[in-house]
Design a protein around this ligand. Structure first.
Ligand SMILES: C[S@@+](CC[C@H](N)C(=O)[O-])C[C@H]1O[C@@H](n2cnc3c(N)ncnc32)[C@H](O)[C@@H]1O
Ligand code: SF4
Length: 460
């Protein structure tokens, strides 16, 4: 039962509420505009004393067509020249950011996300990596974790070869659902052949890890229809799978207004789909990492979780805990030293800042010591499903039981419900608590009292 997803319907019903996914703590809701680009630059420079490795995130926002469910930061366009306009500014940002960090800090992790990173041409991909290498210390092939999000409709075997050539060794493929009826309802028509062509090319080119994204809770989905998709995915055996819960928040994400609410599966069906998914993936030998992610037991994420070294950032789970994360491109968020900093969200604003040779940071937050301590506690819980008080006490020079007295008292109700066990020295999340890990983390979130719950997605 180690690392399996066990579902308890009554507990899920009891704890099903909106909550953050904790890709950061404090969450982006707490970022504010008093935090400036100069604040960011100062903190970034100060991290050079640590010599810590770097993680680079590049946001490529363009998509040829928009999937109606999409909650990502994207820009719809069929005009490919928009890519060049954007990249010219991104290269400038790479130079501006590169000036802040010592050149000998190795880039252990690199990620292109979107939008659709493969919207740009092969020549532009090569150029983007070349410019990056001019300003940062990229690692020789395969020593780093270099990953990209791929829409199989926007990539060929040749694209995959180019990506491997310029240093990528991990990828995630957006699939969502193979059912034509579902695909039509969400405006994402994608054949199984397109997906398999990219997956097979990735294997042929020696990609170390291939992940597939699915979404449950989309229009017309039933347990049977999703089982069909899942079976076909299991057959091709990706190293990892993300099975996201569709978050229908049409008041926040405009394209979702084109999804008919009455075509969405009811919560009971979503729960059935989740039960089926947990059972099928366990049977196929996948382990549950947490927060929608599954992996083969020998995948590095599963290994890191067993060894207690798993980490979580904006791209999800990772094995690189000790990096400063530099975000580049519109909307991207960096996590550097004791701050988070976010770039401008609109293309025009971003271009204006870059053309004036300014870092395009528009908001962020400098973490207090309490923020950093709570971030550590939340990260350990969400990654490892356990928390050893003494490790935290040693690092932060606190008495855990005293500092977190009110939180431990609140957790005791969850312990009574069987979500976790609390001993004098440790919190251990039990198998039925894993699905509800964000509820457990929310107890340690000092900001939730005054935040608006509807900004976050629900557990189911
Ligand atoms: C930036 S996209 C992936 C790259 C590429 N644009 C694609 O679609 O293949 C990241 C993933 O987020 C997931 N996603 C997007 N909107 C979502 C939503 N509203 N609820 C749940 N998952 C969502 C999808 O699974 C998608 O593959
Ligand atoms: S899911 Fe991917 S391709 Fe579809 S709109 Fe979102 S970012 Fe673009």
């Amino acid at each position: 039962m180690e690392q399996q997803l066990i579902l308890d319907d009554a507990l899920i019903a009891k704890y099903d509420q909106s909550g953050p996914r904790y890709t950061s703590y404090p969450t982006a809701v707490q970022f504010h505009e008093e935090f400036t680009a100069d604040d960011y630059a100062g903190i970034a420079r100060s991290t050079n004393a640590s010599g810590r490795p770097l993680s680079l995130y590049f946001h490529i926002p363009f998509c040829d067509t928009i999937c109606f469910y999409c909650a990502c930061n994207k820009v719809a366009t069929k005009d490919r020249s928009k890519g060049d306009e954007y990249l010219q500014r991104l290269y400038r940002e790479i130079a501006l950011q590169g000036e802040l960090f010592d050149r000998d800090r190795p880039v252990e992790q690199l990620h292109w996300g979107g939008g659709t990173p493969t919207f740009i041409s092969h020549a532009e991909m090569r150029e983007l990596m070349r410019v990056t290498g001019e300003h940062f210390q990229l690692l020789p092939d395969d020593q780093g974790e270099y990953s990209i999000e791929i829409d199989p409709r926007e990539a060929t075997a040749e694209t995959v070869a180019v990506l491997r050539e310029i240093g990528f060794n991990r990828m995630s493929l957006g699939v969502q659902d193979f059912d034509p009826r579902v695909q039509k309802a969400v405006n994402r028509i994608q054949s199984e052949e397109e997906t398999l062509a990219v997956l097979n090319a990735a294997r042929a080119e020696g990609f170390r890890s291939v992940s597939i994204d699915l979404i449950y809770g989309l229009p017309h989905q039933t347990r049977e229809s999703f089982e069909n998709t899942l079976e076909r995915i299991i057959e091709v055996g990706p190293d990892r799978l993300s099975v996201f819960n569709y978050a229908h928040l049409p008041q926040i994400f405009k394209p979702q207004r084109r999804i008919q609410a009455d075509e969405l599966p009811p919560p009971e069906t979503k729960l059935e789909i989740l039960h089926m998914t947990a059972a099928k993936l366990a049977e196929a030998g996948y382990v549950y990492i947490g927060m929608d992610h599954f992996a083969k037991p020998d995948d590095e994420l599963a290994v890191a979780q067993r060894e207690g070294t798993l980490y979580r950032n904006f791209q999800g789970y990772s094995t690189h805990a000790n990096c400063d994360l530099v975000g580049m491109g519109i909307t991207s968020i960096g996590s550097v030293g004791n701050c988070y900093a976010q770039n401008l969200k609109g293309l025009d604003d971003y271009y204006k800042a870059i053309d004036a040779e300014q870092l395009p940071v528009f908001r962020g937050i400098r973490l207090s010591r309490d923020d950093e301590l709570r971030r550590e506690v939340i990260t350990r819980l969400i990654c490892n499903f356990s928390l050893d008080f003494s490790a935290v006490e040693k690092q932060w020079n606190i008495d855990f039981q005293e500092y977190f007295g009110p939180e431990l008292a609140r957790l005791s109700g969850m312990a009574d419900d069987g979500l976790l066990e609390i001993s004098g020295q440790n919190i251990q999340v039990l198998p039925v608590g894993r699905m509800l890990i964000r509820n457990i983390c929310m107890v340690f979130d000092a900001y939730l009292k005054d935040s608006k719950g509807q900004r976050f997605s629900r557990v189911i």
